[in-house]
Design a protein around this ligand. Structure first.
Ligand SMILES: *Cc1c(COP(=O)(O)O)cnc(C)c1O
Length: 362
């Protein structure tokens, strides 16, 4: 799908040298090195979307009254471009991110960006910065689209003006020393999302609201927080900014159902399909923390993993809560977890067939 609005190409006159880029790509980490370009597009209620442009990556100038800074009308996405064995570059299911970006916008009463413009922006940015796509296994170019209200106005109402931005950041292999399980804290004090709230939207405020719980998990010596339902503090929803899967000894693979308080991950959705391809009985369900602890104790739950764009698939090892702790899979990555991880990465990195047509060449 292409959009009516064409993106004006005004590439940087001073991109970094090949030497400088090579130095930055040696150890990019995550989210701290940015490429030479970005895409911007504007919206005004009386004009629609206009002035889409690819230009140099640069700071913004904002009015102090910028509405999003006060009232949080701000959304984002996260997707990756992968180096392919033939030297090309491909995106993983960008249409899914374009669609979710629109859903997030609608939930926050923002003007949705046309999906064609989202996809054209991603394509043009990756083309302009294709030399920034890292080539080692497990590495990728992380793409960050965002949109926020720019009205310089202190009244609380939906914006009449929005800015769309897209920029890119090379990302290192998440597990350079091999896949290691994370430890998690089951938070019964804080919740991420409540029925009727914004849990399904990728909006900035959700992440601000999660930080104290993450800090509490760290105080408990845990890597990540596990979110429980907001009403009974009993049912497992997500882990940090990732979805969860439970591997049962009877061959079932269960992920918490999308009740409206979970973020519908593209990785989660892809694994439902992939696992079925692998002959596993992948289903959506409801898992309480008691069932989790009991299932690990009696062997019916043999592996737990989290999934999301940034880390793809991450095993969960130690689980701590207010009354004790337990350990899944002897704190080792489980066989099903590793198999799911490898088959997803194989498709993304172009080393395995892509039977569902998930990859989009740039
Ligand atoms: C982005 C996100 C995910 C994972 O979504 P993907 O599309 O798989 O990257 C899961 N949970 C939360 C809260 C998120 O923000």
């Amino acid at each position: 799908m292409t959009s009516d609005l064409t993106i004006e190409l005004a590439p940087s006159q001073s991109p970094r040298s090949a030497e400088e880029r090579a130095r930055l790509l040696q150890d990019p980490g995550f989210g701290q090195v940015f490429t030479d370009h970005m895409v911007t597009a504007h919206y005004a209620a009386d004009r629609g979307w206009y002035d889409a442009r690819l230009g140099p990556y640069a700071p913004l100038t904002l009015d102090p009254a910028t509405s999003a800074l006060h009232y949080g009308q701000a959304i984002f996405e996260g997707l990756k471009a992968y180096h392919q064995p033939d030297g090309g570059v491909a995106l993983f299911r960008p249409d899914q991110n374009a669609a979710r970006f629109q859903r997030s916008a609608r939930r926050l009463a923002m003007a949705p960006l046309p999906q064609g413009l989202f996809l054209d922006s991603v394509r043009e940015l990756v083309r302009a910065d294709r030399d920034w796509v890292p080539t080692a296994p497990g590495e990728s170019l992380y793409l960050r689209p965002l949109q926020f209200a720019t009205d310089p106005f202190l009244g609380v109402r939906p914006g009449k003006e929005y800015l769309f931005l897209l920029f890119a950041s090379p990302a290192a292999n998440y597990f350079p020393g091999g896949v290691r399980p994370v430890s998690v804290w089951l938070s019964t004090e804080f919740t991420r999302a409540a029925p009727g709230g914004t849990g399904e939207a990728k909006c900035a405020g959700n992440y601000a609201a999660s930080l104290v719980a993450q800090a509490q998990a760290a105080e408990q010596g845990c890597d990540q927080v596990v979110w429980l339902d907001a009403i009974e503090h009993k049912y497992v929803e997500e882990m940090g900014g990732m979805n969860l899967y439970f591997v049962y000894s009877d061959g079932r693979l269960v992920t918490p159902a999308l009740t409206g308080t979970l973020l519908p991950g593209v990785t989660r959705d892809s694994i439902l399909t992939l696992a079925r391809d692998m002959g596993l009985d992948a289903v959506e369900g409801r898992i309480s923390t008691e069932e989790w602890e009991q299932g690990v104790a009696d062997g019916t739950i043999c592996e737990v993993f989290a999934c999301g764009t940034a880390a793809v698939v991450t095993p969960v090892g130690e689980v701590k809560h207010a009354h004790g702790s337990f350990t899944v899979t002897d704190n080792e990555p489980g066989a099903v977890t590793l198999k799911v991880r490898e088959s997803l990465l194989g498709i993304q990195q172009g080393t395995a067939p892509d039977p569902h047509g998930w990859m989009t060449r740039v």
